[in-house]
Write a new protein. Structure first.
Length: 223
């Protein structure tokens, strides 16, 4: 078991003691051992909850449409996301040396002021700066979604946040990661910094949510 390594988080409302809830959680990657815990956020000492009928099913084959380079980057992002909770700040390079993650205690501007962005991509080379301070609080899937977004900035050579969002989310969903964390990845930063939310951020979030909903519909239609 590693520190700060959460593979999923879910919230559910229980109006009375007789209610049961069922969750299906996609895990295209997982640790060798996983501890699952349920608790009342408002009353952590409440022990009335029980986990029943846990069932493991084989996931469908991964069908991620990407170039070889994009796939290598994504695999590197997944591997790093699983380790980010306990890795020290420093430089982390992909096996072939093609990609580089600079894991910083926090991301700052030229004047040393901390930025709210969890990651940013270098414009002239495949290097991503990542905020350890922010990544520690994210689940593994959210980290993957953020890094996929940054990879799309590089591969598509685009400054458009929405373009990078949709490209990254498509790869993330194709790989089999859960849709809920995909939404969290887009809204997390804005949720923690409501003063930064404007029309462009709202529009961006809506486009991602619409994309995810359409992805779900298409996936169900092809089953």
């Amino acid at each position: 078991m590693h520190a700060n390594s959460y593979y999923f988080r879910r919230k559910a409302t229980f109006k009375n003691a007789e209610i049961q809830r069922e969750f299906m959680i996609s895990m295209p990657v997982s640790p060798k051992s996983l501890e699952m815990e349920i608790y009342d956020k408002n009353s952590p000492s409440d022990t009335a909850f029980e986990i029943e009928n846990v069932r493991v099913e084989k996931m469908p084959e991964i069908k991620m449409w990407a170039t070889d380079a994009q796939y290598k980057f994504f695999e590197f992002a997944v591997d790093f996301s699983e380790k980010a909770g306990y890795c020290a700040p420093g430089f982390y390079q992909s096996k072939d040396g093609e990609f580089l993650f600079q894991y910083l205690s926090k991301i700052t501007d030229a004047f040393g002021n901390e930025l709210i962005t969890p990651a940013r991509t270098h414009r002239k080379m495949p290097r991503v700066q990542i905020s350890r301070k922010l990544f520690l609080g994210y689940t593994v899937p959210i980290r993957v979604a953020i890094l996929a977004h940054e990879g799309c900035h590089w591969f598509l050579n685009t400054r458009s946040q929405t373009t990078a969002d949709l490209c990254g989310i498509k790869q993330y969903l194709d790989y089999g990661f859960p849709t809920i964390e995909a939404v969290y990845a887009v809204t997390k930063v804005f949720g923690n910094n409501p003063e930064m939310v404007g029309k462009s951020q709202i529009s961006r979030t809506k486009q991602v949510i619409n994309f995810i909903e359409n992805y779900r519909k298409n996936e169900q239609a092809t089953r």
